[in-house]
Design a protein around this ligand. Sequence first.
Ligand code: F6R
Length: 242
Amino acid sequence: MRIIIEKDYKAMSKKAALIVASQVLLKPKSVLGLATGSTPLGMYRELIEMYKREELDLSGIKTFNLDEYYQLPPDNPQSYYYFMYNNFFNHINIKPENIRLPKGISQDVKRECEEYETAIEKAGGIDLQVLGIGENGHIGFNEPGEHLRVQTQLINLTDETINANSRFFESEDEVPRQAITMGLGSILKARRILLLANGKKKAQAIKKTVSGYLTTKCPASFLQTHPDVTLILDKEAASLLS
Ligand code: F6R
């Protein structure tokens, strides 16, 4: 694991955007795995700026998002579909047919999950997977527990995650209880992984992520088995690392 510590959120976001941009410059038809949430917002803003300055052409990329809330339609402002278009896709020159997120309102979830895996494979696999991390160590929505899923699945969100994500909703009651997420196996198949974390609240999860032990209590700890993982942290998220 490579660990890069930056002084603050802005510096972390810039560094992350540079790594994504370099991936696309070297391979314009890159397949990117993308995350939602607060953490990558700054990175998306930096990438949009690079595109506007004509330093970056994103017309060849394909993207697969990590997850989507179950039963939230794409036009719901809390859906990850809405988030991605609003914060990134609407501002760059990606081709709409190259964008894929799990379908939250799918009639046949099992089939949707299988088709998602197949679509990633057909695209040639993910070149660079961007990840955030939950305070409980989740990546995608692979929550801590006794077992971890290998492939894309419908999962139940933990109370911790429902509570943490309630900040985006009017009340905790409105947070969906289930989501479709790429599995840990789907994530670990990516050729390169870039995990971003900022703030004190993430420090404990980051410590467990690099601990030298694998545990289903911290799904991100399995990233230690991957040959090409880069963590970009701000000082607070790195504060418990020796
Ligand atoms: C989002 C995702 C989640 C988030 C994590 C951190 O697509 O897969 O794992 O990355 O919950 O969320 P933030 O960045 O809001 O702290």
